[in-house]
Design a protein around this ligand. Structure first.
Ligand code: ANZ
Ligand code: ZN
Length: 815
């Protein structure tokens, strides 16, 4: 009894690849085109899940295919080991983050090997290892030297649960992205990276890369470029010009009031001495207690109080009242707006609630009488120079006029804010600066890096970094004057670690530098990046920013890190996301143990187009397992011997012809499905068809052609089921499949043979058709029924009988 035994087959091949270091890539150029295939590195917290299996099975298929079409492939692996997931997991289990992380990494390492992923292990690292974060710190200091990393006080997002600040990108609908707690605002001194300097380049270069359109759209929206104007409104009491940012200078004549954000630094100064002073104070204090969530809500009541002052509208000299209201945000534009209730939704609502005048200055088409009107139209009731003009034309004329008068200018505004990178958490990369009473802030000199993360026993967050309690570590000497100094106790956002790991892989064992520029240029950019769409904004934007900043520092010579991106869909159960609370989590280990890694890998790619979500089904797994077992059994039965394709034009028996043609068809189909595409599901099903064809011709086909077909099936399935493929290929050829070039389809074998089909109606010949030799009876009947001259003679009559003689004729008997 022949049994397919993955437990014997898989370790056998894993050992060969491990011992021979088959997947290690040399940094030396050997003339082959390079191809850098990368999956997003995992967070080592807990065990690998199905999403990991899918991610790495996808990347491995790309890597294997690329090698076999003659490319020099880099396919490395590492661990994004610092950060909240690892630390929270550690707090939950009571185990030190270092130990919990080490355990998790060990589990990932073991499972990657058991899955047979073709990783270049010589380049592996965790971002928490001093030999890696030494360079994270060095890069931080390079940014700081150029003013791209800086410290300032400002309002920051604070998660009361995680007890740390969050980047804007980590606040989703006013809540902490990780734990879901409502985020508060706090005034704190923090480190930032000046990503806003790169806003335009981050936008423009999106046109240069092959990324899914929806990911590019998310990045564009996040950067949020708005074109408009800054216009100065003069306050005579303080004698100060207050600029506003507006995208609609064409509505300037419709501004009926002016609104400042409660956080605007001049609010209290303006209100001082007016009858509204106390009310303004109360309002400002109240606004501080509200979360960003509450303030941003669209349906929130438009609250606000008058400031008791006014400003002058520069276009018509009108005095309009000043208000303070929390729908105006300090972080956007100038923190103050001109309110145009006739044409802006929120201003209209505010004016209605507080009884402020509403004025129309743009006439829409006939019948559009309601205000606010946000569409385009004709300028009305504004100024003789502009009235009657289409508003878009007037817009540039008004900005030009403001510019001439020195009252305003064209302005571009971004939603993107600088990236807040300091965290009051233990498990992260220490920020390499010290504070000296005499010299102030001093960077740690390069030869003193890394600043190692000390071992502390109490790493729970409590509002300030747990590192502050490590007194011996904090106390140090000033690198400038040698006097006593204190270390920075904040650590870096873990997104800093993952913003450059793909660079380090290229030169992972370099002890003298973060990387060698020439070596880097030999591998970068990543040709194919693969990961989850949840990283569409944060990680991908930060990595692009780092790359551009490093290009400006002449540390590398390209502008974009990831030339092509593929975002994978989720694995679901009964249509639902897997989660511990739903109790529907299944782990890769269970399936790898029961069916072997090849079945699990192949199934996860077979279940549907990989960019879409797909539902896991145990029957589906069984089906794929049977397919691999059938392929293996063919290999055993056919045995070793000559396995070449029949020569072009060779005279073949029907069975040999059909089987050889099917094999070439499969080569053609799989090649098309995996070349620059991710149609792995249809590629796998083509190999399944080929295996079925092998069984169909088992009795009639010659051993040579059968061997050719089985070897071809093994060769084609190798990127998806590498162990079984290697075994079967060895069984029929004695060779190693991964050392073979990717098979080529013989074009002559792709055209199926044809014959002349006679189509009869009631025994009389009515048409002659060209039909494929391997067409089924149903297909022949269908061909005959749709032939024009047959249709004409059947017209309206009932077909009572159909006679099909394959290779000859179809006769329709009608009444
Ligand atoms: C007058 C106006 C008239 C506006 C109109 C819009 C429509 P985007 O497109 O997102 O850039 N604005 C400016 N700064 C603001 C702040 N700090 N808080 C809240 N709102 C602010 O939006 C730009 C528009 O948002 C600006 O153009 C301003 O209102 C408002 F019919 O000015 B507008
Ligand atoms: Zn000093």
């Amino acid at each position: 009894e022949l049994r397919y035994e993955p437990k014997a087959i898989e370790p056998k091949w894993q050992r060969v690849w491990e011992e021979e270091r088959t997947w290690e890539a040399s940094n030396e150029d050997d003339g082959r085109p390079k191809h850098y295939v990368l999956e997003m590195l995992p967070y080592p917290s807990g065990e690998p899940h199905m999403g990991h299996l899918k991610n790495y099975a996808l990347g491995d298929a790309v890597a294997h295919f690329s090698r076999r079409i003659g490319r020099r492939v880099l396919h490395p692996m590492g661990y994004d080991a610092f950060g909240l997931p690892a630390e929270n997991n550690a707090i939950k289990t009571g185990e030190h983050p270092r130990e919990a992380t080490a355990k998790s990494i060990a589990s990932f390492q073991r499972q990657f090997r058991e899955w047979g992923i073709s990783i270049d292990w010589s380049r592996e690292f965790g971002t928490h290892e001093p030999r890696y974060y030494r360079w994270t710190q060095w890069l931080f200091l390079q940014l700081q030297e150029r003013g791209l990393a800086y410290k300032r006080e400002g309002a920051v997002n604070w998660c009361p649960n995680d007890q740390t600040v969050l980047a804007n990108e980590q606040v989703v609908d006013g809540r902490c992205e990780r734990c879901g707690f409502e985020v508060e605002q706090r005034q704190l001194e923090q480190w930032y990276f000046r990503i806003t300097d790169y806003a335009d380049r981050l936008l423009e270069d999106l046109d240069e890369i092959q990324w899914p359109e929806h990911v590019k759209t998310m990045q564009r929206n996040w950067i949020g470029r708005s074109e408009g104007a800054q216009v100065a409104f003069h306050n005579p009491d303080l004698g100060i010009d207050y600029p506003v940012f507006t995208t609609r200078p064409d509505t300037l004549f419709g501004a009926t009031f002016f609104v400042m954000s409660p956080e605007h630094p001049d609010v209290l100064r303006l209100a001082a001495g007016t009858e509204h002073e106390q009310a303004v104070r109360d309002y400002v204090r109240h606004a501080q207690t509200e979360s960003a969530e509450e303030r941003g809500a669209a349906d929130k009541a438009k609250t606000g109080v008058p400031l008791g002052r006014s400003v002058v509208n520069p276009v018509n000299g009108e005095s309009i009242p000043m208000w303070v209201a929390d729908y105006v945000l300090m972080e956007y534009g100038t923190g103050a707006i001109m309110a145009v209730p006739g044409h802006d939704e929120r201003d209209h609502e505010f004016a209605t609630v507080h009884g402020l005048p509403i004025k129309r200055v743009i006439a829409g088409p006939e019948g559009e009488d309601e205000l606010p009107y946000s569409g385009d139209g004709t300028i009305v009731d504004s100024h003789p120079d502009f009235d009657g003009l289409p508003n878009r034309e007037a817009l540039s004329a008004i900005v030009a006029w403001l510019d001439r008068e020195g009252k305003g200018h064209r302005s571009i505004n971004y939603r993107l804010r600088d990236w807040l990178v300091s965290r009051q958490r233990y498990w992260g990369c220490p920020i390499p600066v010290v504070y000296c009473d005499a010299c102030g802030m001093e960077p740690v000199p390069t030869d003193q890096l890394p600043v190692e993360l000390p071992d502390v026993s109490d790493y729970k967050p409590r509002g300030r970094s747990p590192l502050a309690a490590a007194e011996e570590w904090v106390a140090t000497t000033c690198p400038r004057c040698g006097g006593p100094a204190r270390r920075e106790t904040d650590t870096m956002d873990t997104f800093v670690d993952s913003s450059w790991y793909f660079l380090r892989y290229c030169d992972a064992n370099n002890d003298a530098a973060a990387w060698d520029r020439d070596v880097l240029n030999r591998w970068m950019p990543v040709d194919q990046y693969i990961g989850g769409v949840e990283h569409a904004i944060l990680h991908l934007l930060y990595a692009r920013f780092f790359t551009k900043a490093f290009a400006d520092m002449e540390l590398l010579d390209f502008q974009e890190p990831f030339q092509a991106l593929f975002t994978q869909g989720m694995i679901t159960r009964d249509g639902a996301k897997m989660s511990k609370s739903k109790g529907n989590v299944i782990s890769p280990a269970t399936y790898v143990d029961r069916y072997g890694a090849d079945t699990a890998r192949c199934y996860i790619l077979f279940i549907g187009p990989p960019d879409q979500d797909a539902d896991w089904s145990d029957e589906g797994v069984e089906g794929v397992h049977r397919f691999l077992a059938r392929l293996w059994r063919l290999g055993v039965e056919v045995g070793v011997g000559p396995a070449d394709s029949p020569a072009t034009g060779a005279a073949l028996s029907d069975a040999d012809g059909a089987l050889a043609r099917k094999a070439h068809w499969a080569i053609d189909k799989v090649t098309a499905d995996v070349s620059g595409r991710f149609a792995f599901n249809t590629a796998i099903s083509a190999v399944m068809e080929l295996v079925n064809e092998c069984y169909r011709h088992r009795e009639q086909a010659s051993p040579e052609v059968q061997r050719f077909a089985v070897a071809t099936a093994a060769s084609l399935i190798f990127p998806f089921a590498p162990h079984t493929a290697s075994e079967v290929y060895e069984l029929v050829t004695g060779g190693r499949v991964w050392e073979q070039p990717w098979p080529r389809a013989d074009p002559a074998m792709l055209t199926t043979d044809t014959f002349e089909l006679v189509a009869q109606v009631n025994g009389k010949v009515r048409d002659r058709l060209t039909a494929p030799t391997d067409a089924t009876k149903d297909q022949l009947e269908q061909l005959a029924r749709t032939a024009p001259n047959v249709v004409a003679h059947v017209d309206g009559k009932e077909v009572v009988k159909v006679i099909v003689v394959p290779g000859k004729l179809v006769n329709l008997v009608v009444r």
